[in-house]
Write a protein that binds this ligand. Structure first.
Ligand SMILES: Nc1nc2c(ncn2[C@@H]2O[C@H](COP(=O)(O)OP(=O)(O)O)[C@@H](O)[C@H]2O)c(=O)[nH]1
Length: 457
């Protein structure tokens, strides 16, 4: 079933290298850039470029004046990035305008479309998984002008859902996707279909959010951190201010990548099994459990009279509240604590003052519980999650129609933020689904990485 479909025209989102940075010829660090520039030359004051496409972008109206004086050739190109997540598969179709040969491009448009369930639900039927990709490719064909198909790359990266599957099942799904891509009229680069590691997932989401918020300049020190809560895994990524954060972190939590001739050193980690849906299973003690057909998994995070068969990752579990026992925030907190305690590393400086953008399920649950307004996003403190979790858990009947899992989810989020990452009650979180009209997702960063090769290591 389709559950999300939109297209929008954004205003200019893009950044250039400052003049002191060494210029590079266009494409020098590019990885399989579309071969030919096709955009017309445009005048400095009216850089409209997207004539005749199905994604007719708004004429651009802003941009640094000095940039407009020095650059008078723009080119347009497209990128199609599939996010094969544990709970759904999404396609992001980006239209870029390259104005300045040595800067990241301007993002002119994003078309976003999503299907549920994710590829991992087709672990035993890879050809049906392939059909979901065909469905999404149709959207890409409608969106990208025909003349661009041959040079537009199609890429799919899978995250926690496939990481959690046995290797051969994940492989069969990825092979199937590759075949479907090969049938399509798009450009299929080498390694276009892959299982992405958690480090890249965290780094690329950081790139997306810092690009969209205007923080990606050469040698910039001011950036924002990101918190991404998926179904299967959760990521934290930020640029440490203090060396101590780097030195006290497990070595695999420090990632480096190249942009604008400098190397960024980030703190990043993806916790597999700590995504919101996987955490539900772990809280219920059901993760990796046998005897699913007879066992009922109970939790005091669920309404007492609740009982349901619940499917995740192709398996069905019987779950229920504790019929004659207690339910509520305190007991629930103890239960979810088991999923977090001793698992999540507390970075040295997270108690500091960096701003964190939180999206995906952080955003969804904040909206569902009424913490923020869905149309506008918002700023909250960690303590607001806690307060809302208490309210939801202690009034389960009121919130039950929204979701019987809302108490468990809100309590888990609170516990992950406080006990897990070690955030203070007063830490400010910027909740966002979109920034400047573009989806907050690693997909945009991954598309930049394809064209510019960040060499994440
Ligand atoms: N709006 C929006 N939500 C997204 C996007 N990508 C992922 N999500 C959200 O991410 C959450 C699930 O993450 P998912 O990718 O299935 O899990 P993962 O495999 O553990 O990373 C849900 O809240 C989705 O709605 C996106 O591009 N746009």
């Amino acid at each position: 079933t389709y559950y999300g479909h939109h297209i929008y025209n954004s205003h200019v989102i893009g950044h250039r290298m400052p003049s002191h940075a060494a210029p590079r010829p266009y494409g020098s660090m590019d990885n399989q850039l579309p071969p030919e520039p096709h955009a017309p030359e445009v005048s400095p004051r009216a850089p409209e470029v997207s004539g005749g496409t199905d994604m007719s972008g708004l004429p651009e109206v802003s941009g640094a004046p000095e940039m407009q004086q020095t650059v008078n050739v723009s080119r347009v190109y497209f990128g199609v990035m599939f996010d094969a997540g544990s709970t759904g598969t999404r396609v992001h179709i980006y239209k870029f305008i390259q104005k300045d040969p040595v800067a990241l491009p301007v993002l002119d448009n994003e078309m976003y479309h999503a299907v549920k369930p994710g590829l991992s639900a087709y672990a035993d039927k890879p050809d049906m998984g392939g059909d979901t990709i065909r469905q999404l490719l149709k959207v890409a064909k409608k969106t990208v002008p025909k003349s661009e198909w041959k040079q537009t790359p199609v890429i799919l990266k899978a995250t926690a859902g496939l990481r959690l599957l046995p290797e051969e099942k994940a492989r069969a799904l990825l092979d199937e996707v590759k075949e479907v891509f090969e049938e399509s009229p798009f450009f299929v680069p080498n390694n276009s279909v892959s299982l992405m590691n958690g480090t890249n997932e965290g780094v690329l989401a950081w790139v997306t959010v810092n690009f969209l918020t205007g923080h990606l300049y050469a040698k910039t020190r001011k950036t924002v951190g990101i918190l991404d809560l998926g179904g299967g895994s959760t990521q934290i990524t930020f640029l440490p201010k203090s060396k101590k954060t780097v030195h006290t972190a497990p070595p695999s939590y420090i990632a480096r990548f190249n942009l604008f001739n400098s190397t960024y050193e980030l703190y990043t980690h993806s916790y597999l099994g700590n995504g919101l849906v996987a955490a539900r299973l772990a809280t219920l003690g059901a993760l990796g459990a046998d005897g699913l057909d007879w066992k009922v998994f109970t939790s005091s995070c669920l309404p007492k009279k609740f009982r349901e068969d619940w499917t995740f990752g192709g398996l069905t579990y019987k779950v229920s509240g504790v019929p004659d026992g207690y339910a509520g925030y305190k007991l629930c907190y103890y239960e979810v604590m088991r999923v977090v305690k001793g698992v999540v590393h507390q970075p040295y400086e997270v108690k500091g003052s960096s701003i964190f953008y939180a999206f995906s399920y952080y955003y969804d649950r904040a909206v569902e519980s009424g913490l923020i307004d869905g149309s506008r996003g918002g700023v909250v403190e960690v303590r607001d999650f806690k307060k809302k979790a208490k309210e939801v858990c202690n009034k389960m009947t009121k919130y039950r129609p929204i979701s019987p899992f809302l108490c468990m989810d809100m309590t888990y989020i609170t516990c992950l933020l406080k006990e897990g990452f070690g955030f203070k009650d007063s830490t400010v979180l910027q909740l966002a689904k979109k920034i400047n009209n573009a989806e907050t997702s690693w997909a945009l960063g991954a598309t930049f990485d394809h064209f510019n090769n960040f060499n994440i290591h």
